[in-house]
Write a protein that binds this ligand. Structure first.
Ligand code: SAM
Length: 343
């Protein structure tokens, strides 16, 4: 047993419980279970000190990571699980730890779960102070964890939900390839929208790789354990939707010069003029490719785009993917606003 860990009362192993309750992994829920205690302990250690802290575990399933968390003796543990079949096993854990941890089981979807209310009573920390004693930990299906991290980055940008308590950290699993994208630096082949989104608001720490063979059933890929801690000073101060739109548009033409992607932020009638203006004001070399741009380059692109949107009132509503029927109406109104501007 490791220093700082407590011993749980004797319990059947997770493997035996899964057999006992005939819990077959459901493919549609992308369930892959971890049974190796050394790995689940390592995931929890990656989250840092949790003794007397508040923890939310997303997707506990049959509870192997849950056990490792409980051994760390948190003050409160909230587990959020979508699949009701795991309730009896989670209740067994709840019962076994009740003298030291207040464990709450929430059957539901983490995507609609209210973390602010869940952590009520937890100490708050000023944003520029150390992170609060709150952690989000989870081994979720890959599709959910990638969607979730974007949603949580938005909350971080707004300092809402779990981040109304301060710079709450997250330790989550992702497909290895996704973890590599999250930490990718300018010029690396994995560099993409997700890399910039994560790095604008968080310190991203790729902790270690879990081989696919450690899961039951075995997924097709290896798995990355990543800890994200919100930055004391986020690199950008702009609305999340605007940043997401700029990154999506520019990275859509990943291999082309960045000027090509940037030009798609503007309707054809002003695209050449405003692309030139943006490139000059943001001090960019038009022949740089999106994956070569630094986080700071993207910050300047977003700020200049925001300025242009203030200058051209209808500009922000433009989306190059707009269906043709909407585009015709949009262009009419946009051109009308240009005429009013110049008259
Ligand atoms: N934590 C367990 C482990 O490591 O062995 C289970 C991991 S399994 C990959 C993912 C778990 O997340 C499953 O128990 C699944 O039912 C649950 N899950 C999937 N989508 C969820 C959602 N949207 N909200 C909450 N739980 C979810």
């Amino acid at each position: 047993m490791l220093a700082g860990q407590i011993r749980l009362p004797p319990l059947p192993s997770v493997r035996d419980l899964v057999k006992l309750y005939k819990l077959r992994a459901i493919k549609q829920l992308s369930q892959n279970f971890l049974m190796d205690e050394r790995i689940t302990d390592k995931i929890v250690r990656s989250a840092g000190k949790i003794k007397d802290h508040y923890v939310c575990e997303v997707g506990p399933g049959p509870g192997s990571i849950t056990r490792s968390i409980l051994k760390g003796a948190p003050h409160k543990l909230i587990v959020v699980e979508k699949d009701t079949r795991f309730l009896p096993i989670l209740e067994l854990l709840q019962e076994s730890c009740k003298s030291q941890t207040d464990m709450q089981i929430q059957i539901g979807d983490i995507l609609s779960f209210d973390l602010k209310t869940a952590f009520e009573g937890a100490p708050k920390r000023e944003w520029d102070y150390a992170p609060p004693p709150i952690h989000l930990i989870g081994n979720l299906p890959f599709s959910v964890s990638t969607y979730l991290i974007i949603k949580w980055l938005q909350y971080i940008s707004e300092k809402s939900s779990a981040w109304s308590y301060g710079r709450t950290s997250m330790t989550l699993t992702f497909q290895k390839e996704v973890g590599e994208r999250m930490i990718a630096e300018p010029g690396q082949k994995q560099r993409c929208r997700l890399s910039v989104m994560c790095q604008l608001w968080c310190n991203v720490d790729y902790k270690f790789t879990i081989p696919g063979t450690a899961f039951v059933p075995k997924p097709d890929v290896d798995v990355a354990v990543v800890t994200l801690t919100p930055l004391r000073n986020p690199l950008i101060d702009a609305p999340f939707d605007l940043v997401e739109k700029v990154l999506m548009t520019v990275f859509n033409m990943r291999q082309k010069y960045c000027s090509k992607g940037i030009s798609r932020l503007f309707p054809d009638c002003v695209s050449e003029e405003l692309t030139k203006k943006l490139l000059i004001l943001a001090e960019l070399d038009p022949a740089t490719r999106p994956y070569q741009l630094t986080n700071e380059d993207f910050v300047r692109i977003c700020y200049v785009y925001k300025l242009l949107c203030e200058e051209y009132p209808r500009l922000y509503n433009y989306n190059y993917r707009m269906p043709k029927v909407l585009l015709e109406d949009y262009l009419q109104k946009f051109e009308e606003s240009l005429r009013q501007r110049s008259s």
